[in-house]
Design a protein around this ligand. Structure first.
Ligand code: URA
Length: 433
């Protein structure tokens, strides 16, 4: 096989065979195919796309490029979820304790934040002593014993994706649905769970800006899951405003704790409960939505979900006192209230901008090697559709350094106002399976 013929074929909009895709991924991993040839094929895929069959083969070949976690010695159905990333997204922190209190096992590998989106691992590390670097055996033991664990993805999983993603990043070939779908799904498949729930976000704070693109991506990932025999479902959710009220690591941990205790914000709680319903049905714990919702509410109201959260933090070496009493979580030096300079109904909240502003406070990373300040961030006081007067609070800013004029100016550009009442938006737009 000559790789140049494979590039030529995709350039001419032809379907690649399974063997050709396997040859490519093998060559990426062993280094026998040079980056310039892979880059050419990536660009041909961006321009001419891939069929569902090719996309599933690509995901499968990538999954098998490294270690594949075997969770089969843990009894019961093992669930996993993945979010395409958003601003204020702390879903796994609240969902894990609640669904595991209902008897479903969650074995979750998570990532770190970069740019305007936060990462679950960084949020967890705002809890003193919390260890995200578990050995596979300890991870499995924890899932077996308490029903859930969250750890960082190990280096041995899906090496093909690491190489391809680094190349895509510098060759303008990230934004291709088959490439995104196979990249995400290869990692989910290699994590070894039986079911996968995808939270595909749309809006200006998300990877997919339009609902149509979010649905296309969700469909592409569901197709991969189906072809490879995994129950894969997706929620299409709104990212046109931050999820919940907080952005920033310790602040989001606090909000997840409140949600697990039944005192979380309405939109975030609804997202968590909807995800929980789908996952309990996938895991055959509940027969329908209503039964699932009741179980989830019982887990919250009985305090079982909160106990699960404390157990998980204790298992992973974290300070449980901070979960019992979130005022012990890292605290910023200053809290500044930002007041509205306008009046009217909040029409738009530029969530990506808020993510960037939180990052600039030190709460996120501009570059992979940057350190994080766990204490800083934003606590929103308004949602889209709220009516505000001049001087009403828009947000509390938690910061360690003086806010400069550029930051403050950018903050005020985050909001647009309307004289007319604006329609509130549903957090979960659609469920696909
Ligand atoms: N996230 C991934 O893991 N891969 C992509 O290609 C895009 C987003």
């Amino acid at each position: 096989m000559r790789f140049v013929d494979i590039i030529e074929k995709k350039k001419n909009k032809k379907e690649l065979t399974d063997d050709e895709i396997q040859f490519w991924i093998d060559g990426v991993v062993d280094g026998s195919i040079p980056d310039y040839q892979t880059s050419a094929l990536l660009m041909a895929i961006v321009l001419n796309s891939m069929t569902d069959h090719e996309t599933a083969k690509l995901a499968d070949a990538m999954k098998n490029s490294g270690h594949v976690m075997d969770l089969s010695d843990i009894e019961g159905i093992k669930a996993d979820k993945h979010s395409t990333g958003g601003v204020g997204d702390k879903t796994s922190l609240a969902l894990g304790p609640i669904i595991s209190a209902c008897g479903l096992k969650l074995a979750k590998m998570s990532g770190r934040g970069l740019g305007h989106t936060g990462g679950t691992l960084d949020k967890l590390e705002s809890i003193e002593g919390f260890n995200v670097f578990l050995k596979e055996e300890d991870f499995k033991k924890q899932v077996r014993e308490i029903g859930f664990a969250i750890m960082g993805q190990t280096g041995e999983l899906v090496p093909a994706d690491k190489k391809l993603y680094a190349l895509r990043d510098v060759t303008a070939t990230v934004d291709s649905i088959p490439l995104i779908a196979s990249s995400i799904m290869s990692k989910k498949l290699a994590s070894g769970s039986d079911t996968i729930l995808l939270d595909v976000k749309y809006g200006e704070g998300a990877f997919m800006h339009t609902i149509d693109d979010a649905k296309k991506l969700a469909r592409a990932m569901i197709n991969i899951g189906k072809k490879l025999g995994k129950d894969t479902r997706a929620m299409i959710t709104d990212m046109n405003q931050p999820l919940g009220n907080t952005i920033g690591n310790a602040l989001e941990v606090r909000e997840a704790i409140e949600t697990v205790r039944g005192e979380g914000p309405k939109d975030f709680t609804e997202l968590v409960l909807t995800a929980g319903e789908i996952m309990l049905m996938q895991g055959k714990i509940a027969k329908d939505k209503n039964e699932a919702r009741k179980m989830l509410n019982d887990a919250i109201n009985s305090g079982k979900a909160f106990d699960q959260l404390k157990k998980m933090v204790a298992y992973q070496g974290g300070n449980v006192d901070q979960i019992e009493n979130p005022t012990l979580l890292p605290k910023a030096k200053f809290i500044t209230e930002m007041k509205s300079k306008n009046e009217g109904y909040i029409e738009n909240i530029h969530s990506m901008n808020l993510g960037i502003l939180s990052m600039k406070l030190g709460g996120g990373r501009e570059r992979k090697e940057d350190d994080i300040n766990y204490a800083v961030g934003l606590e929103m006081k308004v949602k889209k559709g709220d009516k505000v007067k001049k001087g009403d609070p828009l947000c509390l800013v938690y910061h360690d350094k003086k806010l400069d004029n550029e930051w403050i100016e950018s903050f005020y550009h985050t909001f647009t106002y309307s004289k007319e009442k604006t329609k509130p938006i549903a957090i979960v737009e659609e469920i696909l399976q």
